[in-house]
Design a protein around this ligand. Structure first.
Ligand code: BES
Ligand code: ZN
Ligand code: ZN
Length: 466
């Protein structure tokens, strides 16, 4: 990862420079007359961004008076210009705006290239970013932690199932523990069996790899909350649909992304722990692949869930709710203040609002939704609240069991949420991140493939809790 440091002397020879400024910003005297002149002209013009090519790099000009998100996006744009020879960047100018540009720049420096033979050649040249001394070390550390957590989540999502089965996902989570200072407990198949987590075991039946159930607990001294916040993340390491098999193009082919919810909640707790937030938070990640193997669960099956609820399975592709339901009932034992789940749960959520936001709903107090919405706008990981009326729950009643696992063709993201709500005793927020978790084509600092969506959102939300 790129190193972030406080700047020493400007060294024009080996570096590119990003000047984030307004009309009144005084530029360093060591910069050439050409740069001073260009800067003046830039601020007379309409453009919010421009650049000068130098011998070994670039001098980028960014106007300060832009929305935070526009500044982040410019950070990504700057990365796009750099060549392999551009190994360092110096930021000068207005600190707050610099932080936003630097965030975009850092987040867009992510690469998933380990599987290329010539990975070293493909690797970005940029290794150091220098920031002005009036940006505090604390802010720099936070930025680095954000990138670490988001990249961790992206890596997990981008990793194909051949390299990331449920056990490997659990191990990757456990590997974070020493650095993060949180505890990780992995329940193996035998323990999951003795707990009778029927939903997780049912989905796992078509797989030759065992399921896992990972419990991450971050409990700082003097936490502000008496009862924990619980984050539950869907950990379907690959979703073929099971016997209700998915078609391949633009559907099954991207389903390595189906553990993005799990990656998101662990990423958020990892970030919270790195930043030593004073919030007691627990992440639960039920994990398995969903396959039509030998003894796969079938449409028509009736499954007894962890809490004793029976579920008639009418579509094995509605597997996320089967494994999440068990995790949500398991959460009850902690008597949480609030339960939030994040899941790539429905195509309906994507069809409704696309990749630009997450669908959220729930029965928690409005104050939590307000905080979430605020965090969403600040991080630009926006959320759209959907209705959660009980009317939608009637669709999930079965004629032979307590519930069935699919509703009608309408409002699939809401009926899925109502199914999940059945298992939760605490105030509850459901986040369907199926849209933003994955991008087929590159988009600014979010990149292509796994985006690490909602890591920054949930971290920001935890930070705001009182
Ligand atoms: N993992 C999928 C949902 C999904 C769709 C995630 C697109 C990311 C992008 C989920 O398990 C699924 O298959 N849902 C079904 C539910 C249906 C059978 C009730 C769906 O949305 O079609
Ligand atoms: Zn599915
Ligand atoms: Zn799925």
């Amino acid at each position: 990862m790129i190193q972030l440091k406080h700047s020493g002397e400007l060294n024009l020879l080996f570096s590119s420079i990003v000047i984030v400024s307004n009309k009144k910003t005084k530029l360093d005297k060591s910069l050439s007359d050409e740069v001073h002149l260009f800067h003046k002209k830039f601020h007379k013009g309409e453009e919010k961004f421009d650049f000068l090519k130098t011998l070994n790099g670039f001098i980028f000009f960014v106007k300060e008076d832009q929305k935070v998100e526009e500044l982040r996006v410019l950070g990504a744009k700057i990365i796009g210009y750099l060549t392999k020879e551009n190994t360092s960047i110096h930021f000068i100018g207005e600190s707050d705006a610099i932080l936003a540009v630097a965030e975009g720049l850092l987040l867009s420096s992510y690469q998933f290239i380990a599987y290329f033979k010539d990975a070293e050649k493909k690797k970005l040249g940029l290794t150091e970013v220098f920031l002005p001394v009036d940006i505090s070390q604390k802010k720099i550390d936070e930025l680095v932690s954000i990138a670490k957590a988001v990249f961790w989540a992206r890596d997990r999502v981008n990793e194909p199932v051949s390299h990331l089965n449920a056990s490997q996902l659990a191990q990757h989570i456990a590997d974070l523990a020493p650095e993060a200072g949180f505890s990780v407990q992995i329940l193996e198949k035998t323990q999951i069996e003795s707990l009778k987590m029927g939903g997780l075991l049912a989905v796992n039946r078509g797989s030759i790899d065992p399921p896992t159930f990972t419990i991450v607990e971050y409990k700082p001294e003097k936490a502000i909350n008496k009862k924990p916040i619980i984050l539950v993340g869907k950990g379907v390491v690959y979703d073929t649909g099971g016997l209700s098999l998915k078609p391949t193009p633009a559907s099954m082919d991207v389903m390595k992304c189906d553990m993005a919810g799990g990656a998101c909640v662990v990423g958020a707790v990892y970030l919270a722990a790195l930043q030593k937030l004073k919030v007691h938070v627990i992440a639960l990640v039920p994990a398995t692949d969903n396959r039509p193997g030998m003894n796969a669960y079938t449409p028509g099956d009736v499954i007894t869930m962890y809490d004793g609820t029976t579920v008639e399975v009418l579509n094995t592709d509605a597997e996320g709710r089967m494994i999440l339901a068990d995790a949500l009932s398991y959460a009850n034992k902690f008597k949480p203040e609030l339960v939030i789940d994040a899941a790539t749960l429905t195509g309906a959520a994507v069809r409704a609002i696309g990749t630009k936001a997450s669908v959220v709903m729930g029965n928690a107090d409005n104050k939590y939704f307000d905080l979430l919405e605020k965090s969403g706008n600040e991080t630009h990981e926006r959320v759209v609240r959907f209705p959660f009326w009980d009317d939608y729950a009637t669709e999930m009643k079965s004629t032979i069991a307590d519930l069935k696992n699919i509703g009608s063709a309408n409002a699939g993201m809401i009926t899925a949420g109502k199914f999940l709500e059945h298992f939760v005793k605490a105030p509850y927020i459901h986040m369907d991140i199926a849209g933003p978790a994955w991008l087929d084509t590159k988009e600014d600092y979010k990149g292509q493939g796994g985006t690490g969506a909602c890591v920054r959102l949930l971290y920001n939300f935890l930070k705001k809790l009182k």
